[in-house]
Design a binder for this molecule. Structure first.
Ligand code: SF4
Length: 313
């Protein structure tokens, strides 16, 4: 059981009045839902670096191959102080054990994608990354990150939440005394979850686990972590999802009566045909799996995700 999940959040999304104009940008999903299920560590780079509230607004400016963080009106350059703070703060956050991060879109400090960058000739290109976001993502390259605007999309939200909890479990696995056995248990619990993202990728990961004894522990760990997180970035396809449901249905068919399994089979095929939403098939599948109470189903992160993950998905 996963005890503790902590994520970093741009402080203004939690309703803190830290923006340059003294306002906030409270996000309902972040402040009301996410903060109820996981521990949120608020960070406002511009306040923490000492720019105060209110403060002059800043923007990213292209200078050769690098970006500068410059005040829009007075053109005061904050690049050096922001970079050295961001380096320190990213290391602190790594120590704190984050499992994800939600950034504010468009910010020259916090934005992840398409942040406006002012060019010398007066043009603006939406192609930058906020200075703090860039540093944190460099320090923690596997950390699941999202922008608050993208979390409005249900599919992206569910994918982010899934990655956060998987990353938290991976960190928990490798934090303790891990062994070939504990990796095998972890991998078995995640087998269906990984396969719905890519069966081929899941097979390659299983082969990696099989080579455990032929690699150094350091190399195994970094390969395994990287490949699990990359696999989870691939979108779930309905065909892979229903293939996993059918595999589980077949296993349940070996244990339960034909009548009980027939109900599940119908629910899975209705979802496969696009006639019913996924949750209907999963509800029937979980009910039957819970009745069976076999460890292979109870431990499966696909059949029974963390309750907090379910509440957020
Ligand atoms: S976007 Fe980032 S820097 Fe701007 S107010 Fe929010 S937390 Fe602070």
């Amino acid at each position: 059981m996963l005890a503790h999940v902590r994520i970093g959040v741009s402080a203004c999304l939690l309703g803190q009045k830290v923006r340059h104009d003294g306002d906030h940008r409270r996000s309902e999903f972040v402040a009301d839902l996410l903060a109820n299920q996981v521990e949120c560590t608020p960070v406002c780079p511009e306040v923490e670096v000492g720019m105060g509230v209110p403060r002059p607004s800043v923007e990213l400016v292209r200078s050769g191959t690098s970006l500068r963080l410059v005040e829009s009106e007075r053109r005061i350059d904050h690049t050096r102080s922001m970079q050295s703070w961001a380096r320190r703060r990213s290391l602190e956050l790594r120590q704190l054990g984050l499992s994800g991060y939600v950034f504010k879109r468009g910010s020259p400090s916090c934005g992840v994608w398409n942040v406006p960058v002012h060019q010398k000739v007066g043009r603006v290109r939406k192609q930058g990354r906020g200075m703090f976001a860039a540093r944190l993502m460099e320090t923690l390259p596997l950390l699941p990150v999202e922008q608050e605007d993208r979390l409005e999309d249900e599919r992206l939200r569910a994918a982010f939440v899934e990655r956060v909890f998987a990353y938290a479990r991976l960190r928990q696995l490798f934090r303790g005394r891990w062994s070939r056995g504990s990796v095998a248990v972890f991998h078995a619990a995640h087998a269906h979850q990984l396969a719905v993202h890519s069966q081929r990728g899941a097979l390659e990961l299983a082969q990696l686990v099989g080579r455990f004894d032929r690699m150094s522990r350091t190399r195994f760990r970094s390969e395994y972590e990287r490949r699990v997180m990359q696999l989870l970035e691939r979108p779930i396809r309905r065909t892979q999802d229903t293939a996993a449901m059918r595999r589980i249905t077949r296993r349940l068919g070996e244990i339960r009566s034909e009548g009980e399994v027939r109900v599940l089979r119908r629910a899975v095929e209705a979802y496969a045909a696009g006639d019913t939403p996924r949750r209907e098939a999963m509800t029937v599948l979980r009910r039957l799996a819970r009745d069976v109470a076999h460890q292979e189903f109870l431990d499966s992160t696909y059949v029974f995700p963390d309750p907090r993950e379910l509440a957020l998905g």
